[in-house]
Design a protein around this ligand. Structure first.
Ligand SMILES: Nc1nc2c(c(=O)[nH]1)N[C@H]1C(S)=C(S)[C@@H](COP(=O)(O)O)O[C@H]1N2
Ligand SMILES: [Mo]
Length: 426
């Protein structure tokens, strides 16, 4: 293998060492440079320059937008209940077109139980009551004056990847199957700070969080989470939270199933036990193999998915590719992401892109010299608590065939010799 022909990955020279050390090289010399990067001699006079290089650029604008050449990079809309309730359902992050570990706010997935309310922040209030010494009402203006903290965290719907629990493998791209998943930096007020101000009564063990949308979506959870890392988030990726994500404020419970991150948060009630609201009795319980249902499964399992190459994206001929994807866990930090090109027979450790943060999306990368033969691409994540992402058979053995929630099983992308990629069950 003539490593000197490898293109140097941008940045840190240690990236290059990792690239070489961890690469899956199946055969032959690596020669991507010659084919893809022709030497470019700039014309000093400029007569061959394209128009954009010789005319003044566009003026300033108050809020930036992506390049018009990226206008096809959109959330995948899932038809919900049609004209009866057009705002009920979900849209998915196009994971296969993105890179890095953060999701642009405009592409954060959406899950609404009755549409996006148009909330006037001046009229919005947050009430903390129940088993507290002093019930409190916060206006938005008041909350914005509190000390804040930031948490980089993923949000994943409990129903994410649910289509892959159906009897036949759906033929859809990565985002359409796994895109009820996004990652952001969230900034807001620690819930513990607000609860301390209200004064928690000794009997309080749970709390209910309720949204101001017309679904009045509400969920109960253990009070421990409030004292661990929950926040009332006001900002997303540096700017105020988007309406779709809960403007003017949402509950953020890192690592917990998406549903518990109550948007448009208007009420927190401290209680002795769970409230058993409609949203936690009719949905979000896990149907187990023995016919029983398990309620209040808060934490999401360790999981990963290869975003590229992935379903629906073609591979134009043998040569060097980067296998890249996302790994995450509701239990903490990712410590390992492994990649297989032979359907799980052998594994290679991928490079984790720094910083690797707890309960946040972690980007992994591994170079792959594809020799043009059929391949079965898989990834497998391990978290700091020692949890390992389960294989399909292992996951399926635990649950009823009707269960669609918390699917964290290993995903397989089948690459054919013609470079086409499909979703398969293995
Ligand atoms: N008030 C309220 N909060 C809500 C919902 C909702 O419909 N109403 N949807 C929940 C569900 S099921 C999920 S998966 C997440 C989705 O968050 P996002 O739309 O910001 O991606 O919000 C949760 N919080
Ligand atoms: Mo969800």
């Amino acid at each position: 293998m003539k490593t000197r022909k490898l293109p140097a990955p941008a940045g840190d020279p240690s990236d290059r060492r990792n690239f070489l050390k961890h690469g899956i090289v199946s055969a032959g010399a690596v020669a991507v440079g010659a084919a893809t990067a022709k030497a470019h001699a700039a014309d000093p006079i400029g007569k061959d320059f394209p128009a954009f290089s010789v005319t003044p650029g566009a003026p300033f604008r108050g809020y930036g937008q992506p390049s018009r050449h990226e206008e096809k990079v959109l959330r995948a809309l899932t038809p919900g209940y049609g004209a009866i309730a057009p705002g009920t359902g979900s849209s998915r992050t196009p994971l296969q077109t993105l890179n890095g570990a953060l999701t642009p706010s405009g592409l954060h997935f959406e899950r609404h139980h009755n549409g996006v309310p148009d909330i006037d922040p001046a009229q919005h209030k947050l009430l903390i009551h129940g088993l507290v010494k002093k019930p409190l009402v916060f206006t938005e203006a008041a909350l914005l004056r509190y000390p804040m903290v930031s948490r980089t965290a993923f949000v994943e719907c409990a129903g994410n990847s649910g289509a892959n629990t159906l009897p036949a493998a759906p033929q859809a791209n990565c985002g359409a199957i796994h895109g009820l998943l996004s990652g952001s930096e969230w900034t807001g007020v620690s819930l513990s700070l607000l609860l301390d101000e209200a004064g928690v009564e000794p009997g309080a063990k749970w709390f209910l969080a309720e949204g101001a949308d017309s679904a009045a979506m509400s969920r109960s959870m253990l009070l421990d989470k409030a004292y661990d890392d929950a926040i009332v988030a006001l900002y997303q990726n540096g700017e105020r939270i988007r309406p779709e994500q809960g403007y003017p404020m949402r509950l953020l419970v890192p690592g917990y199933q998406g549903n518990l991150n109550v948007k448009w948060l208007r009420r927190l009630e401290l209680t002795e036990g769970p409230t058993h609201t409609k949203d936690e009795t009719s949905k979000y319980s896990m149907l187990m193999r023995d016919g029983k249902a398990r309620q209040f499964m808060f934490e999401l399992g360790v999981k990963s998915v290869i975003t590229r190459p992935s379903g629906g994206l073609g591979m134009p001929g043998a040569g060097l590719y980067e296998i890249s994807g996302l790994a995450w866990s509701g239990a903490g930090r990712i410590v390992k992401a492994e990649v297989s090109i032979d359907g799980g027979t052998s594994w290679r450790e991928a490079v984790l892109q720094a910083p690797v943060l707890s309960k946040a999306l972690t980007r992994f990368r591994l170079p792959w010299q594809w020799n043009g033969s059929p391949a079965m691409l898989q990834s497998r994540a391990t978290d700091e608590k020692g949890n390992v992402q389960p294989a399909r058979a292992e996951w399926t053995a635990q649950y009823s065939a009707a269960n669609r929630y918390h699917n964290n099983m290993i995903q397989t992308w089948a690459v054919k010799a013609d470079g086409s990629i499909s979703n398969v069950y293995l």
